[in-house]
Design a protein around this ligand. Structure first.
Ligand code: PRX
Length: 669
């Protein structure tokens, strides 16, 4: 991994400060900054207080056992995540409270009370058992944003099977890789899902994943939700393979709703979620039960100031960690009313989000900077058409938010009365780590502000020195309950990727570096002590809030028979934050045509999914390399972003990069 190139001057000197609105602060769950000091005085006691708010079959003996990099939280405790999200709400008024308010893209609606959701999850759990799924197994879930996605996750949790949700936008091949890696027994999918008026044929991709190129030998059954049936559209009725494929409605609707929740160890695997890293192979991030649930519960409550009558809407897809932690586990463990929407934000028109907020009287809205930038571009007329006065808090996640977008969100969506919480975290951290507390923190647009109480974040130099103000590597110095417990099947990569940056160094002068977590981000700390996360400093891109490894895209490109070599870099993009730019060297005798460019782009989509489609492909006779043959991506990034070239002295042949720059500029103009 290269040293960070943190361009501090690229951050705006932002000095607009937004104290919590007085009306909000008066009623906020937390309005006393004392919570930080209390958590700091006894972090384990503090987290134990949160854990006590969950339902445990057996209380833990010890809060934390920390043998870096292996942490065990709530040692000896037993609980069930689905029980905590459902059963424990059934004794009081929450029994008949809406748990899930769902809207399909075409406008169809379904609502579940806690009691109803509990029943559906019980049925689905029994159906999974009927298909042979047992405690300790893995189940892959490849679904659109329909209630069955949450139901399937909770059904797995109920019977002690770990789920591996794969985002519906991933290709058949990506799905196959993930199923194989996790050795899932059952795949849950749907005949399709709606997106921009069309149907995404998920079952077709699922079939390709399971049947082609070696398939998925561990898959015994495919459970298929009928989302669109034989609707009058192009994809038609799903083909069901006898003996393997089972309709969800056949297996679930007739099943018994009574299914006891398995008593799971706090450290039993709750789920695996794949995310991109610096190699071509995605990492299966492992989250366990007790610590994960404790922190998603705590952060949902305090960061969103969640109260009993809130209507909470997080626009993420359940295929990403935000959907896991802040659509399913965090809000449901809190007994919240959750809004879930299937489709595109601009369907049938660009007012869809605002209409939804008005229709459901949404009070808390959590989305991504990419979406906010698009809303901003579409203009204020769309939100102005709808009554957004129900909103009382806004959140953002997934990438750095530019201050202009923050201000726009605050003004035109929040009506200047809603605090904005910019939350920094990752798939690996499981839950929010750096964030304002809306009733306490004076926010500054563009900064995620300070660590959540109990979290010890820092900015370190490569040598492990603490940087009080200025830029460096973001680091987490103390274990936290929802931290990843490993990379599925690859303990060495786990240690190497996250826990080796400061190995052998004394962090902050005394702490052994082995116990310090490196998230892969560069950040700076300002005079107030606020954190400004600048972004990834490894070979990972953040495209529209989605993580994509440059190596994954490069592998997809070189997989094409015409390609000899490829180098992929992120290129700043007005809406998406970053876009994929690819430099491709063709094999001898291949002709560099526009058709080939299109074919290569489609090939990447076929291999990975539409989220990885390159924005720009440039055919390059040669790629800039060091004398030892390493491609200098930094220079390619300069070219893609139209900057003057950085230091070229280490290049084997400086002419290569000059030539490339000329070609790129000729193409752009
Ligand atoms: O670079 C950081 C960025 O997104 C990365 C994590 O991506 P992922 O695991 O897909 O999870 C996204 C949703 C939690 C981080 O390493 N990131 C996330 N939130 C922020 C952010 N960058 C700046 N500000 C944020 N609020």
């Amino acid at each position: 991994m290269s040293t960070p190139e943190i361009k501090l001057d690229s951050l705006l000197q932002e000095d607009r400060v937004f104290p919590p609105p007085p009306e909000f602060a008066r009623r906020a769950l937390v309005s006393d900054p004392e919570v930080y000091a209390r958590a700091e005085a006894d972090p384990e006691g503090y987290w134990a207080e949160w854990a006590e708010q969950l339902h445990w079959f057996r209380r833990w003996d010890r809060v934390l056992d920390w043998q870096p990099p292996d942490a065990r939280w709530f040692v000896g405790g037993t609980l069930n995540a689905a029980y905590n999200c459902l059963d424990r709400h059934l004794d009081g008024p929450r029994r008949t409270k809406p748990a899930l308010l769902w809207e399909g893209e075409p406008g169809d609606r379904r609502a579940y009370t806690y009691e109803e959701l509990h029943r559906e999850v019980g049925r689905a759990a029994n159906a999974l058992k009927g298909l042979g799924v047992k405690r300790g197994d893995r189940v892959a879930i490849y679904l659109p944003m329909i209630p069955e996605a949450a139901i399937a996750m909770l059904a797995c949790a109920r019977i002690g099977a770990a789920h591996s949700v794969v985002f519906g936008g991933f290709s058949a091949e990506s799905l196959r890789d993930r199923i194989r890696d996790a050795e899932a027994r059952v795949l849950i999918t749907a005949d399709g899902g709606y997106r921009r008026g069309g149907v995404v044929a998920l079952k077709r991709s699922a079939d390709q994943a399971v049947e082609e190129e070696g398939g998925c030998p561990t898959i015994e059954h495919v459970l298929v939700v009928r989302r669109h049936g034989a609707a009058a559209d192009s994809v038609g009725e799903a083909e069901m393979k006898a003996g393997r494929d089972v309709w969800w409605h056949d297996a679930v609707e007739g099943a018994d709703a009574g299914c006891p929740a398995e008593e799971m160890d706090a450290e039993d695997l709750l789920y695996i979620l794949y995310t991109s890293g610096t190699t071509g192979k995605p990492k299966g991030i492992m989250h366990t039960t007790g610590g994960y649930l404790t922190q998603v519960y705590a952060t949902t409550r305090w960061v969103f100031d969640l109260r009993e009558d809130d209507v909470y809407w997080c626009t993420a897809d359940v295929g990403w960690v935000t959907g896991h932690s802040y659509i399913v586990y965090g809000p449901l463990a809190n007994g919240a009313t959750v809004v879930m929407y299937e489709g595109a934000p601009d369907w049938p028109d660009r007012a869809r989000m605002w209409k939804t907020i008005e229709d459901y009287k949404v009070t808390i809205f959590y989305t991504a900077p990419t979406a906010i930038r698009a809303f901003m571009k579409w203009g204020t007329d769309f939100p102005a058409q709808h009554d957004l006065s129900s909103l009382r808090l806004l959140g953002t996640v997934g990438e750095p938010i530019n201050p202009e977008a923050w201000i726009w969100y605050h003004k035109f969506i929040g009506g200047e009365r809603c605090p904005v919480v910019d939350t920094w975290w990752q798939t690996e951290t499981g839950a929010i780590m750096i964030t304002p507390l809306p009733g306490v923190t004076h926010t500054v647009p563009g900064s995620a502000t300070t660590p959540f109480p109990g979290i010890q974040a820092d900015i370190l130099s490569l040598q492990g020195e603490c940087i009080p103000t200025g830029g460096g590597f973001l680091a987490i110095r103390r274990p936290w309950p929802s931290m990843l417990r490993g990379i599925w099947g690859d303990p060495e990569r786990f240690r190497e990727t996250y826990w080796s940056k400061w190995t052998g160094k004394a962090v902050g002068g005394s702490q052994p570096g082995e116990g310090v977590y490196f998230p892969g981000d560069g950040a700076k700390r300002d005079e107030r002590g606020f954190f400004w996360v600048i972004g990834r400093i490894d070979d990972v891109l953040n495209v529209a809030g989605h993580r994509i490894g440059t190596m994954e895209v490069e592998s997809a490109l070189v997989d094409h028979p015409s390609v000899a070599e490829a180098a992929v870099v992120g290129k700043a993009h007005e809406l998406k934050g970053q876009a994929v730019a690819a430099f491709v060297t063709l094999k001898e005798g291949q002709e560099a045509t526009e058709e080939l460019k299109k074919e290569l782009s489609d090939h990447v989509v076929r291999k990975i999914g539409a989220i990885a489609r390159p924005d720009a492909i440039l055919f390059a006779g040669d790629l800039p390399k060091t004398r030892s043959g390493k491609i200098m991506r930094r220079l390619l990034k300069d070219i893609a972003e139209g900057r003057a070239l950085g230091d070229t002295t280490t290049l084997a042949d400086p002419n290569v990069v000059q030539r490339l720059k000329g070609e790129y500029e000729a193409k752009e103009s």
